[in-house]
Design a protein around this ligand. Structure first.
Ligand code: OGA
Ligand code: NI
Length: 351
């Protein structure tokens, strides 16, 4: 039986119309202003080679990571250890999934953000006023054996290919968390230990070509609620990061992944490392696929800034909270530039 849905998927809507429907048009003043974007390739987002992370020059790589986390909140990595065939397989199966007939894809549809496995559209169709030009599949991935049997079984290779990518992405996330801990002068295991039993979510984002990209967003400006994000993007541009009050394009670099600091790392580092605003714009020419891995604390983990990073000059920036508490606040608040983190400062309120 087909599930009841409140909105069609964008992929099906777009085939029927030649312009952006009113449901997806942003108010004037809240549009991408595409002419006003820094678009030189990379435009200064640091590119860090991880080849020497496990050798005598580890310290240098750790310092480069620390500097990027502190000043940009975003960087790209090469020689990250995820085999090229695994990356290619992930993108291929993602594309195949979104090209399946609607009836097949809709088997996974849900607009409930609490579901571990779901296909949806926009961001949170239950709360938002204007929709975004995105369909997405969200998958919980860790522990893999708890979720893989609920993942889509079509394309037939989906579970195997995506499971392999998710396992590799987790191994990279753990290496980065160790390097980040060291870069803060903490024990190598600090961040891994501070995140409870851990969780890993993946989004497979599908941005169809858009007839009027100046009227809407793939995703409006937001900060990621998790600890760190590892973003795989296909060859199509769309991601932009805010730096010094301007939007900067993070154009794809072959074989590189984009890493960014999320809100939990900002909290754990007592504001040393910044969760930075980013957004996705769409284009009229090509579909775009991106696969962020959101590495997170487990829901019951109590998040608190590292003691060693709190002193007279750096007072405690957050009260302790559980990740579940944070995650609920994030999804209910919707994507907006006001930081969800501010609600968790000492004396902050959830109103
Ligand atoms: C996200 C995100 C970037 C992209 O899903 O949170 O920022 O390029 N995605 O799709
Ligand atoms: Ni994001």
């Amino acid at each position: 039986m087909a599930p009841a849905i409140s909105k069609p998927l964008l992929t099906d809507l777009v085939a029927q119309i030649g312009k952006v429907p009113s449901s997806h048009i942003r108010p004037v003043g809240d549009r991408p202003d595409l002419a006003n974007v820094d678009n030189e390739s990379g435009a200064g987002i640091p590119l860090i080679d991880l080849k020497k992370l496990n050798g005598p020059e580890r310290r240098k790589v750790v310092e480069a990571i620390g500097k990027a986390c502190e000043s940009d909140g975003f960087f790209m990595v090469t020689n990250h250890g995820i085999p090229a065939a695994v990356v290619e397989g992930m993108l291929r199966v993602a594309r195949e999934f979104f090209h399946l007939p609607e009836s097949e894809r809709l088997k996974c549809y849900s607009d409930d953000p609490n579901k571990a496995i779901r296909l949806s559209t926009s961001f949170n169709v239950r709360t938002e006023k204007v929709s975004n030009w995105r369909d997405f599949l969200r998958l919980h991935c860790y522990p893999l054996q708890s979720f893989v049997d609920q993942w889509p079984s079509n394309p037939p290779s989906f579970r195997q290919v995506v499971g392999t990518y998710a396992t590799e992405a987790r191994a990279l996330a753990l290496r980065l968390l160790e390097a980040i801990s060291e870069s803060l002068g903490l024990e190598r295991s600090h961040m891994v230990a501070a995140m409870g039993r851990h969780a890993q979510h993946m989004a497979v984002n599908y941005y169809p070509p858009c007839p009027q990209p100046e009227l809407t967003y793939g995703l409006p400006g937001h900060k990621d609620p998790n600890a760190i994000t590892l973003l795989l993007q296909d060859g199509v541009s769309g991601l932009q990061v805010q730096r010094g009050g301007r939007w900067v394009a993070v154009n794809p670099v072959p074989n590189a992944l984009v890493i960014n600091i999320g809100d939990q790392m900002q909290a754990l580092s007592n504001d040393r490392y910044k969760s930075v605003l980013h957004r996705v714009i769409v284009n009229s020419e090509s579909e775009r696929i991106s696969v962020p891995t959101f590495y997170c604390p487990s829901p019951d983990a109590v998040i608190a800034p590292a003691d060693a990073l709190v002193d007279d000059g750096h007072p405690l920036a957050y009260r302790p909270f559980t990740y579940q508490e944070y995650y609920d606040a994030f999804w209910n608040m919707g994507l907006q530039s006001a930081s969800c983190l501010d609600r968790f400062r000492p004396g902050g309120s959830l109103e």
